[in-house]
Design a protein around this ligand. Structure first.
Ligand SMILES: Cc1cc2nc3c(=O)[nH]c(=O)nc-3n(C[C@H](O)[C@H](O)[C@H](O)COP(=O)(O)OP(=O)(O)OC[C@H]3O[C@@H](n4cnc5c(N)ncnc54)[C@H](O)[C@@H]3O)c2cc1C
Length: 420
């Protein structure tokens, strides 16, 4: 271990690892490495975690990663709730029909109670506080990060009007989907064409919502998702066509979003949401996958969204970030700081993201295309997956892409599912 020479006030500190970005990925990694006795510095742009509309549903395979990292109790102790079943309310399966087809998560993966649902800023706050408790130097409200890759990596930044430069053995870029670290290292980003828009908003005033239940379905021109958030709160997500953008932007966008849920005929709880109140922003994003074939450089490795993100339609980003944290922390703790040591992580991530990309493309086609033809196709294909048990990639979003046979991701499999 390299000695941590001086603390956060220093302009020239030396850390074993410097992490740029103190979100889910960065703070989790800081905790795990600090527990292993390493001196960690985290540089975070925001003065405090804010709701930018990010992931608040963690798939069961992500919960397994949390458990392996020793972080699950921290989040459940701070208000995380388990969603234990998914009810597929849909225009093809309204009301009681959907209840009969509910998917219970603990039957899928006995090791976990379900999917973990928790506010994103709250998760970040809890993880950052734990990192600091363990001695991590966590500096918020920083600007103008400049990463120097190479045999002697360093990060320069401004804080309170003072320019500093920290030295390290390794820089970890965990600064999210618009990563500055990635851009500065000129890493090539590959992308799918955008398919639709996806937005989300936190609401409260829904005390009757069954907090162990989540809902995913499509009706009319929206693909809708509802995730419990504890107490009387739920997170609403909505996928919609680019053609409908005007409806969900502008001054009335929050009431239009609640109105879209309130009008759902297939959802018995629609009137509960009609009475809800927005308690956060409503932001939308185009939903394409973006990935980097090699998220490493000499002295630098990227994790989480910085290394490339999956289409949020299937809610995989938190689980992906935690798997990254586990793999990268295992390599570092074993003494691997050079680029070569990260080869197994790079290879695993590339295949993991490829599988999740195929899964998300299918989901977007089935759930976020609208009209009569799309409705009929969704009914046929979901019957093939859930009743006829034809091979499909879909389970990857719950049990993890590595637990699904590779044949399920082949083009021939997708073609068979989508055959007219
Ligand atoms: C609309 C939407 C819905 C989603 N829903 C889900 C879901 O239900 N389930 C799920 O698993 N995933 C979901 N995701 C994805 C998930 O939110 C992300 O994959 C996850 O937050 C990635 O974590 P991260 O720590 O890598 O990045 P982020 O959460 O983006 O954190 C990056 C951190 O770096 C900081 N930062 C950024 N730039 C700099 C800089 N220049 N210098 C210093 N710090 C910087 C940021 O302030 C932030 O704290 C969703 C994403 C979107 C857009």
């Amino acid at each position: 271990m390299v000695e941590h020479e001086v603390g956060r006030d220093s302009q020239n500190s030396h850390f074993d690892i410097i992490i740029v970005g103190g979100g889910i990925a960065g703070s989790s990694l800081a905790i795990v490495l600090a527990r292993n006795g390493l001196a960690i510095g985290v540089l975070e742009r925001d003065p405090q975690p804010v709701d930018r509309v990010r992931g608040e549903f963690m798939a069961p395979w992500g919960v397994i990663e949390l458990k392996k990292l020793g972080l699950l109790d921290l989040l459940t102790g701070a208000g995380g709730v388990f969603s234990r079943r998914n009810v597929p309310y849909d225009e093809n399966m309204p009301g009681e029909q959907a209840l009969a087809n509910a998917l219970t998560f603990c039957n899928l993966i006995p090791e976990v109670e379900g999917a973990l649902c928790m506010g994103h800023p709250a998760m970040c706050r809890v993880l950052a506080a734990e990192a600091e408790r363990l001695g991590v130097t966590f500096v918020r409200d920083i600007e103008d990060v400049e990463v120097k890759a190479g045999a002697r990596p360093a990060v320069a930044f401004s804080h309170d009007g003072i320019r500093s430069e920290w030295q390290t053995r390794l820089v970890v870029g965990a600064d999210g989907r618009n990563s500055v670290v990635r851009r500065q290292l000129a890493m090539n980003v590959l992308a799918d064409p955008p398919h639709n828009l996806l937005g989300g908003m936190l609401v409260d005033g829904v005390p009757e919502w069954p907090q162990e239940m989540q809902v995913i379905g499509t009706e009319g021109r929206i693909h809708f998702l509802v995730f419990p958030q504890g107490d009387d709160r739920v997170r609403l997500y909505l996928c919609y066509d680019f053609a409908d953008k005007a409806l969900y932007s502008g001054a009335n966008r929050k009431s239009n979003l609640i109105g879209a849920f309130a009008r759902l005929r297939c959802l018995p709880q629609a009137s509960m949401i009609a009475a809800s109140r927005a308690i956060g922003p409503f932001n939308s994003f185009s939903n394409e996958d973006r990935w980097v074939e090699d998220p490493t450089a000499t002295g630098v490795v990227l994790i989480g969204d910085a290394a490339g993100h999956n289409d949020p339609i299937t809610g995989q980003g938190l689980s992906i970030a935690l798997r990254d944290v586990r793999l990268v922390s295992e390599i570092i703790v074993a003494g691997g700081y050079d680029r070569l040591s990260f080869r197994p992580y790079v290879a695993e991530r590339l295949e993991r993201m490829r599988r999740l990309r195929i899964t998300a493309r299918l989901s977007a086609k089935l759930r976020a295309e609208f009209g009569e033809e799309a409705r009929k196709r969704r009914a046929i294909v979901l019957r093939r997956i859930f009743v006829d048990r034809m091979p499909a990639p879909s389970a990857a979003t719950l049990i993890g892409p590595d637990r699904v046979p590779s044949v399920n991701f082949e083009q021939a499999t997708i073609d068979a599912l989508l055959a007219p």
